[in-house]
Design a protein around this ligand. Structure first.
Ligand SMILES: C[S@@+](CC[C@H](N)C(=O)[O-])C[C@H]1O[C@@H](n2cnc3c(N)ncnc32)[C@H](O)[C@@H]1O
Length: 217
């Protein structure tokens, strides 16, 4: 079902993908440079810090909350970062299947997704096997999926889900493990800054997309 905000919603003007059909990433992020996608940027701090750390990279945030997607995209524009960096209002579970072309994204970031753990919240979860299929379709060979969380139970769930995906392999600090002691991207998300300030342990995991088999191999 196509999501349309109430016309009188204070953030109804938030930039979104076209309502239907396939969307070429180059139409949202024109220009050159690797493309990276953050799912659920929230207040957007990672997009700004990553834009500074990787000035040749194009960045797209997909944020389900109208208010924050709109505020962050407006701030990105004011800082002169459009069109290299955008924050669009989208449910990533609906948006990713529409993005094209395959094998065009260098990295996906999920910083502190899905903090809820009650049974009734399960339908809200962004991470699921279908999302992982879309992420691996969009990743270039060797492209990265980075996930971090301060909920240990979630980290274990992600390791089980992502570890079971045939197209992804762990790419953490030690061979065979996805876990990393530090965030290697020179940029932190707002919740990551807060977790560090509060002394909360953060579990960081990185995976790499396995090379595709040549057609006919
Ligand atoms: C716990 S917050 C973390 C925010 C930010 N990543 C950080 O680390 O500071 C999770 C974010 O994911 C967003 N989110 C949840 N489900 C989503 C979905 N299906 N598509 C896009 N964003 C989603 C929420 O609105 C929220 O901004």
């Amino acid at each position: 079902m196509v999501f349309r905000p109430r016309p009188n919603h204070p953030y109804a003007h938030a930039a979104r993908l076209p309502d239907e059909g396939e969307v070429d990433l180059a139409s949202i992020l024109p220009g050159e440079g690797p493309i990276e996608i953050e799912i659920g940027p929230g207040r957007g701090g990672f997009l700004f810090e990553r834009a500074a750390a990787a000035p040749g990279t194009r960045l797209l945030g997909l944020e389900i909350r109208l208010k924050w997607s709109a505020i962050v995209d407006e701030r990105l524009g004011k800082h002169g970062l459009h069109p290299r960096v955008r924050s669009l209002n989208a449910d990533a579970r609906e948006a990713l299947p529409r993005l094209r072309p395959d094998a065009s994204v260098a990295a996906f970031f999920l910083h502190f997704p899905d903090p809820w753990w009650k049974k009734r919240h399960e339908k809200r979860l962004v991470m699921n096997p279908k999302l992982l299929d879309e992420i691996t379709r969009l990743l270039v060979d060797g492209g990265e999926l980075y996930v971090q969380t301060d909920v240990e139970e979630r980290a274990e769930l992600y390791e089980a889900q992502i570890g079971a995906h045939p197209d992804l392999e762990p790419a953490g600090d030690a061979p065979g493990s996805a876990r990393m002691a530090e965030n290697p991207y020179g940029a932190r998300s707002p919740r990551e800054h807060r977790a560090i300030e509060d002394g909360l342990p953060v579990t960081r995991m990185r995976y790499r997309r396995k090379p595709r088999q040549p057609i006919g191999a």
